[in-house]
Design a protein around this ligand. Structure first.
Ligand code: HEC
Length: 145
């Protein structure tokens, strides 16, 4: 699925702001856990300009941070060790390399809202880009065909 443009993206973000707020209040377990990424190099030109490809691919420190960040922020929906119990897609099957990165960052950054329902919160807006690429670096180490 592709968004048709900026308008669609901001509309989706607006829906999340409304629907998400109640959801977050109702379920304390969805509180995101901050991820300490100070050990990782900053993203160029800056951490708020979203890249399409993972600058940390294969970076051992990023993989370590990513594994922990995943367990704290993604596992409750996507499953422990990325083995999905069926609530959300199994992220071990995401394509490796650049094309997998593009899809990963789209979902991580913006989440997923369909028919006004929040399927996935915009985790990237909450945890930041460095944490996202660290998680992606770890996910590639547990990839399955
Ligand atoms: C509240 C539950 C929830 C949380 C927390 C969550 N996700 Fe998701 N995620 C989903 C659902 C549901 C989908 C499927 C969305 C759809 O079908 O539109 C999804 C889809 C995705 C996809 C696209 C997968 C595919 O095969 O298309 C990626 C990548 C992803 N999530 C990454 C993450 C990461 C990384 C985290 C943690 C930082 C995370 N998600 C946290 C529920 C969640």
């Amino acid at each position: 699925m592709k968004f048709t443009g900026r308008l669609a993206l901001s509309a989706a973000a607006g829906v999340f702001a409304l629907a998400g707020a109640t959801h977050l209040l109702a379920h304390g377990d969805v509180t995101p856990q901050p991820v300490d990424t100070t050990a990782l190099p900053d993203i160029q030109p800056n951490n708020d300009t979203w890249l399409q490809h993972n600058p940390y691919r294969g970076n051992a420190k990023a993989i370590e941070i990513g594994q922990h960040a995943y367990a704290q922020n993604c596992a409750r929906c996507h499953g422990i060790d990325a083995i999905s119990g069926g609530i959300a897609p199994d992220l071990r099957y995401l394509e490796l390399g650049d094309s997998g990165d593009e899809w990963f960052v789209q979902r991580y950054h913006h989440g997923s809202v369909r028919d006004g329902k929040v399927y996935m919160p915009p985790m990237g807006e909450i945890l930041g880009q460095k944490a996202g690429w660290a998680i992606r670096a770890w996910l590639e180490t547990v990839h399955e065909e």
